[in-house]
Design a protein around this ligand. Sequence first.
Ligand SMILES: Cc1cc2nc3c(=O)[nH]c(=O)nc-3n(C[C@H](O)[C@H](O)[C@H](O)COP(=O)(O)O)c2cc1C
Length: 360
Amino acid sequence: MPPESANAGRVLQGKRREAARARLDALWQRGRTLLGTRYAILGGAMSWVSERHLVAAISNAGGFGVLACGSLQPPQLAAEIAGVRALTDQPFGVNLIVMHPELEALTRLCLDQGVSHIVFAGGLPSAPVLRTVREGGAKVLCFAPTPTLAKRLVRNGVDALIIEGAEAGGHIGPVSTSVLAQEILPQVREVPVFVAGGIGRGEAMALYLLMGASGCQLGTRFVCAHESIAHPRFKRAFIRATARDAVVSTQIDPDLPVIPVRALANAGTQQFMEVQRDVAARYRKQELTQQEAQLEIELFWAGALRRAVIEGDVEAGSVMAGQSVGMVTAEQSTAEIIDELVEQAIDALAEHDSSGPVSP
Ligand SMILES: Cc1cc2nc3c(=O)[nH]c(=O)nc-3n(C[C@H](O)[C@H](O)[C@H](O)COP(=O)(O)O)c2cc1C
């Protein structure tokens, strides 16, 4: 190729990338406005992993960090919120688990501390809780597991929805991200919808944005960020694993619904079966109510996850990870991860520009 046409090719490619960057900004503008961020990328809350350092790093890199409350008590959450604020002046959110026995106190604490966005997980918050948050001036994001529940949540006044498919790490629903996206994105236009589960690269983000999403949430991809406090053994397990290693726990008692959890298979996966058997037996003998039984199981997960993330016990602990773990191949800075995702999304949009593929 003569030098002048190589140069013209580079100019064309540059123009196309510029147009794709503007397109990306437009595609996720609603998400960016809701979150108050440069990019509509949420760092999904991960119990024990999403503490002050990772949350602040994601927000400082232009994304939206979400602090995981998990099983923390109000004073510990207050300290983490203050910790994030000491590291960033950018927007961030707090993730609260609906079945936490202190949900009301935690919600009130977030409002008193001026938290701008609360993400409710692990169930649907009651109408009074939603009202309290809205009256307190914070925005509410909820997970929508089905189109019907998505519409109900919109009617109840949530500010945004997250749809999370079964590819995700941690507690999951039964339906894949791609199916949820096709079912829910065309039907919910009233509020921004963020897509989560199985997203490891920017091309996938671009795809969901083209389908009508306002942004994406990723968890697994951020575990091995330099700023993540996850134990080096936890990070090594992620870097070694392939998509197939991230398997789903099974429910053994049909009368005791247990939310499936996706994690790297290890001895802890087996131990969970024993714990489940024990809790189910006590539930059947009516020594525990269903709610108590489910709470006990959730506390098992919280403890096992802590052992793996903080103490590095990746054999007996729970190494929760999504299928996108296969795309985690090295430790990187949070800013590098976010920049890589954004550049991949721009490349994908440039490639699919109506004027056809860019010539080499
Ligand atoms: C180790 C781990 C812990 C998690 N803990 C929580 C949690 O406490 N609350 C929550 O809403 N989601 C939790 N998640 C889900 C993430 O917030 C996010 O939605 C999910 O990781 C997205 O899918 P991906 O893993 O394929 O990126 C967790 C995920 C992982 C991998």
